[in-house]
Ligand binder design. Structure first.
Ligand SMILES: Nc1ncnc2c1ncn2[C@@H]1O[C@H](COP(=O)(O)OP(=O)(O)OP(=O)(O)O)[C@@H](O)[C@H]1O
Ligand SMILES: [Mg+2]
Length: 503
């Protein structure tokens, strides 16, 4: 049986010890889950395996041969392919050009060649049992989920012996995730070694045969699935127990109405959606992916214009951009679909990213109060448990999950009364998730009104006071109290009338 053996692998970036010492053994045909807190070193480890980074010390041996890779192309040649956490497709090229990049002629002028490339791409998608995305589509026009599928198809098309998936499901819909899990099982049965990284414990449990936990740059243990309970795994990850992932829902009775939307419509994407959010309420927006939830939140946030009425504390308002919405008291903890291009200024410091949205509150006569800014930044970093070497470091040097925390902290610092929270916990580790949920409950009990869009049904059921389920651009069901459960949300999402409460 072919084995991959890592011994004492270490990697530093300047003074940051991303990996201190990692030992790990994995076998061909196995699905190996790699889990750990944000910043634990998972992505760094897979970058080393995939040739994107060189380790400072330690050895990587695959099938008896010590690997010393200088770049990902060389890794692919050795049979190692990776889907990295941050998407890496070239936006201006087509799907086909991206998939066969550096492997086939890219000339689109030679139309015979282009046709061949398209045909091969269609064959590839068919062989993977994927719907045809359209080989001639330019990547920038794809949804994030589609881009992710193209990345995965590209990696599999190299016929790897080792396939590495770093948070590959975080942008996928429920159905797309099911497809990926089935694909992983198929490849593993053909002898491929798969590394699977995800912050969704259920997914890892569902798919992995073996799990390795990383903590603070060290491997703290590997075990077979079933050897440990979720509780034990979380304790290994965090070095402490967490009492509950989902804290008690706040019980403060709802106060006055903060936000009201009447018959909001945007073409056929959003059809006459009405909702009301009172002080102290957390209102969830659920449904299968792509049923108008994003359009609804974007309309409320002023990011797109909609027919219908929006009232803030009873006053009709019309927003032509997010700034108007902000002035009217809508805060958006907006965690965009693609953090890399929409949520952060990657080339700027952590400090600057954190305070950009609230700079006017920190300034007088156009000058930023540096001392005050420093205090705010330190507090935000501490409150949100963002792991940074220094606030002056570039935000691009943070791990994926820590970048996410910066986006969240930045939005919450604007002190709006109504918060629109957009898929907040994507890529965030379980310890921080529970902190975020605690923070949401305390904001609710302080009289904020929260609208929470999540793709995670369990999260919606355990965090929200009420959940509005959307389908085909409409709000089709409202669930609350005893009838609110993840099964009920799913049933309403797929249009099942009778809600089965016991399985
Ligand atoms: N290019 C870089 N420069 C400086 N520090 C870096 C760089 N890349 C990663 N780090 C640091 O190395 C540590 C490990 O990061 P890594 O991305 O491997 O974590 P991770 O386990 O993948 O986390 P997440 O779950 O958030 O994706 C973090 O503290 C991160 O800030
Ligand atoms: Mg990572």
């Amino acid at each position: 049986m072919r084995e991959l053996v890592l011994k004492n692998v270490a990697k530093s970036y300047g003074g940051v010890h991303a990996l201190k010492s990692v030992d790990l053994t994995a076998t061909a045909g196995e699905i190996h889950g790699l889990i750990g807190e944000n910043g634990a070193g998972k992505s760094t480890l897979i970058k080393i395996l995939a040739g994107a980074q060189k380790p400072d010390t330690g050895t990587v041996v695959w099938d008896g041969e010590e690997l010393s890779l200088s770049n990902p192309v060389e890794a692919v040649r050795k049979g190692i392919a990776a889907v990295f956490q941050e998407l890496s497709l070239i936006p201006d090229l087509t799907v086909a050009q991206n998939i066969w990049f550096k492997r086939e002629s890219l000339s689109i002028v030679g139309s015979v060649r282009a046709k061949k490339l398209y045909a091969r791409t269609e064959e590839l998608f068919a062989s993977l049992n994927l719907p045809d995305i359209g080989p001639d589509r330019v990547v920038s026009t794809l949804t994030v989920g589609e881009k992710q599928l193209v990345e995965i198809a590209k990696a599999i098309s190299t016929n790897p012996q080792i396939l590495i998936l770093d948070e590959a499901t975080s942008a996928l819909s429920h159905a797309q995730t099911e497809w990926l899990l089935t694909m992983c099982r198929r490849l593993a049965s053909e002898g491929v070694l798969i590394f699977f990284i995800s912050h969704r414990m259920r997914e890892v449990r569902n798919i992995a045969n073996r799990i390795t936990v990383l903590r603070n740059g060290n491997s703290v243990g590997s075990f077979e699935l079933g050897e440990k309970s979720d509780d034990e795994i979380v304790t290994m990850m965090l070095g402490r127990r967490i009492a509950q992932l989902f804290p008690e829902k706040s019980t403060t009775p709802p106060g006055s109405e903060l936000l009201r939307a009447e018959a909001l419509s945007v073409g056929h994407r959003l059809r006459s959606a009405s909702l009301s959010v009172r002080a102290g309420e957390i209102v969830g927006i659920g449904g299968l992916q792509g049923q108008g939830q994003v359009t609804l939140l974007s309309a409320l946030a002023g990011a797109i214009s909609a027919d219908g009425k929006i009232l803030i504390e009873g006053e009709p308002k019309s927003f032509s951009n997010p700034r108007d919405a902000m002035r009217a008291g809508i805060g958006i903890a907006y965690v965009p679909e693609d953090r890399k291009t929409q949520g952060l200024l990657l080339a700027k410091s952590i400090r600057m990213n954190l305070t950009l949205a609230s700079l006017s509150a920190l300034s007088r006569y156009g000058f930023v109060n540096k001392a005050k800014e420093g205090e705010v930044v330190d507090r935000l970093i501490a409150d949100n448990q963002i792991k940074v070497s220094s606030p002056e470091a570039l935000v691009s040097s943070l791990s994926g999950g820590n970048q996410q925390k910066v986006v969240i902290a930045k939005a919450l610092e604007t002190h709006a009364k109504i918060l629109l929270l957009f898929d907040l916990t994507r890529g965030v580790d379980v310890g921080t998730k529970s902190e975020i949920f605690k923070m949401m409950q305390s904001l609710a009990s302080e009289g904020y009104g929260l609208v929470f869009y999540s793709t995670d049904l369990e999260e919606l059921a355990h965090v929200c006071h009420r959940v509005l389920v959307m389908s085909g651009g409409e709000i089709v069901k409202e669930l609350q109290g005893a009838e609110l459960s993840d099964e009920a949300i799913l049933a309403a999402s797929v249009g099942a009338d009778e809600v089965k409460t016991n399985v």
